[in-house]
Design a protein around this ligand. Structure first.
Ligand code: ADP
Length: 286
């Protein structure tokens, strides 16, 4: 607002000045150039200011969600430990408590690992361990991990496997975290029933295509590109209930681009489900 007022003020002053000094052509030219420089400066200043404000808002939202993601499992573990210490808990109940505490520590580790990975992917010169990876088996493994961690039945995720192995060159741990992030989001943002379809195909012999399609809350058109930015979460009312750090897709994009690939999202809009597509260069293909 302040920037816009300044721009208007500068324009008014300049027009007045030009009208008063019509005959002094040299000064007029100089004035016009000077004016253009001031206006450019003000416009740039306003753009940077708005960007900075947006970034601050995103940092605040990130801090809120990360605090929640760290605090909830810690509070839960503390409660179970206190109960075990102060009460006589029967052995079968104790086992149940240990399982919950283990699940909570997994959640804590997952959050910490995500934050570390987000800062690691920003290091440009980081070494990666390249090997030849069969996408078919890696995606099968990732689906098994998500099925177990999210307690899903076999029908929740359907994988259409390619007839032949589809191989890419890359860092196995990093690529696996890409698929796990996408599958985990597909489950997390499926509002009621989890119905996910995954397929691996090839495009023009040189590229592998992995598609993860869900029938969840969907993504508004204007947000399809922004969701890959660090800390960005789509501002929808349902997001208050579904927690997250806004780092997952940033990590996905950084890793995929580092492997010479591309990732994009498609959705018909809110409530219409989403599809994420990854293109990766195939190994041995020219
Ligand atoms: P988060 O920790 O918030 O899940 P991500 O970086 O993984 O962070 O995703 C960024 C945002 O993109 C999410 O907050 C959500 O708004 C949106 N999003 C990601 N995946 C999906 C999906 N499968 N369906 C709908 N929205 C999604």
């Amino acid at each position: 607002m302040f920037g816009i007022c300044l721009i208007l003020l500068a324009a008014a002053l300049n027009v007045g000045w030009i009208l008063l000094n019509l005959r002094e052509a040299a000064l007029l030219v100089f004035g016009v150039i000077f004016f253009a420089v001031i206006i450019t400066g003000l416009v740039l200043n306003t753009i940077f200011l708005i960007r900075e404000i947006r970034r601050n808002e995103q940092h605040d939202a990130f801090l809120n969600s990360i605090t929640h993601e760290l605090k909830t499992p810690i509070a839960s573990i503390k409660l179970y430990l206190e109960t075990l210490k102060t009460r006589n808990v029967p052995p079968e109940k104790q086992n149940e408590f240990y399982d919950v505490m283990l699940a909570d520590t997994d959640r804590l580790l997952g959050t910490v690992e995500q934050v570390l990975q987000a800062s690691r992917t920003r290091e440009k010169k980081r070494q990666i361990n390249i090997s030849e990876i069969d996408l078919r088996s890696m995606i099968n493994e990732s689906i098994d991990i998500i099925r177990t961690s999210r307690n899903l039945d076999a029908a929740a995720i359907r994988f259409t496997e390619p007839a032949d192995a589809v191989k890419v060159l890359g860092d196995a741990a990093e690529l696996q975290s890409v698929f796990i992030n996408l599958l985990d989001n597909a489950v997390k943002y499926s509002d009621s029933e989890v119905k996910i379809e995954v397929d691996v195909t090839t495009l023009d012999r040189g590229r592998a295509v992995v598609r993860v399609k869900d029938a969840g809350i969907g993504i508004p058109r204007g947000q399809l590109k922004r969701i890959f930015k660090r800390f960005h979460r789509v501002p929808m009312p349902v997001m208050k209930r579904i927690k997250g750090t806004g780092l997952g897709l940033f990590i996905v994009r950084s890793i995929v681009e580092k492997h010479g690939g591309r990732v994009f999202a498609e959705s018909e809009g809110e409530g219409e489900g989403s599809t994420f597509t990854i293109l990766l260069p195939r190994s041995g293909a020219r």
